[in-house]
Ligand binder design. Structure first.
Ligand code: URA
Length: 241
């Protein structure tokens, strides 16, 4: 891995802010390969050099994985000329990690969004071959009924000829339903429901694979995922990586 400044490496590990780290390093609390290192600008490779803080070794993780409760009104992109992105919402200490969204949610869709700096993981979650189920809560106009359930199950063909894989529609109430799909075509859930005369008024992603949105996060809230969470998303595929 490329060499980086000691204060940046420690900040990427979430130890403290870059400003606080300068103080921590200058006070002699950090060692690199057993030697006290007081220069925040010291360049090193965290995969090769052993870094300790107050005598405790820091575990370097090259790839990081997070879930966000994406709020309404922000775009799923790493940058945008005029609009706020999900990356703008990250806490300062996570902004240098090179995170990007796994797949996308529309600006007016909320809920579970995975973020990572691991391109291979992202690819496998998005790929239709992986068959990762994405589950959405939808509030619609009109009343979904049994004929809609059957049409979803059979696989819908949209107005423009797009063929959708079989999907599950569960009716929750008068105008509320759950939709489970294994693909991520453009505006897919909105277009599927609209094709049945049930335009979407509210859409929220609740889960990907077996990983559910942590409803305690609140809009824009984020938490890091552990190995168990990753296995919930990709099943045993994650372990085989
Ligand atoms: N389907 C949609 O229509 N929109 C989303 O944001 C996600 C799935």
């Amino acid at each position: 891995m490329a060499q980086n400044r000691l204060d940046k490496v420690l900040s990427d590990l979430g130890v403290a802010s870059r400003k606080e780290l300068k103080e921590i390093i200058r006070s002699g609390r950090v060692t690199v390969d057993g030697q006290v290192e007081k220069r925040p600008e010291r360049r090193l490779d965290p995969e090769q050099n052993r870094i300790c803080l107050d005598g405790k070794a820091l575990e370097y993780r090259r790839y990081r994985y997070f879930m966000m409760d994406k709020p309404l009104g922000v775009v799923t992109a790493t940058e945008d000329a005029g609009q706020k992105t999900v990356i703008d919402l990250l806490p300062e200490d996570l902004k240098g990690l090179g995170l990007f969204p796994v797949g996308r949610l529309d600006k007016d869709t909320s809920g579970l969004l995975l973020l990572t700096n691991d391109g291979d993981f992202a690819h496998r979650v998005i790929s239709p071959k992986s068959c990762v189920e994405k589950r959405y809560y939808a509030r619609v106009e009109g009343k979904p009924d049994g004929s809609d359930v059957l049409a979803f199950r059979a696989g819908l063909t949209l107005g423009d000829g797009t063929v959708c894989q079989p999907a599950a529609l569960e009716i929750l109430g008068e105008s509320e339903c759950l939709v489970t799909v294994t693909e991520g075509k453009y505006h897919q859930v909105r277009r599927m429901l609209a094709s049945r005369g049930k335009p979407v008024r509210e859409l929220r992603r609740l889960s990907e694979g077996g990983l559910s949105l942590d409803e305690n996060l609140g809009p824009g809230g984020i938490r890091e995922l552990d190995d168990g969470d990753l296995c919930r998303v990709l099943g045993k595929d994650h372990l085989e990586k």
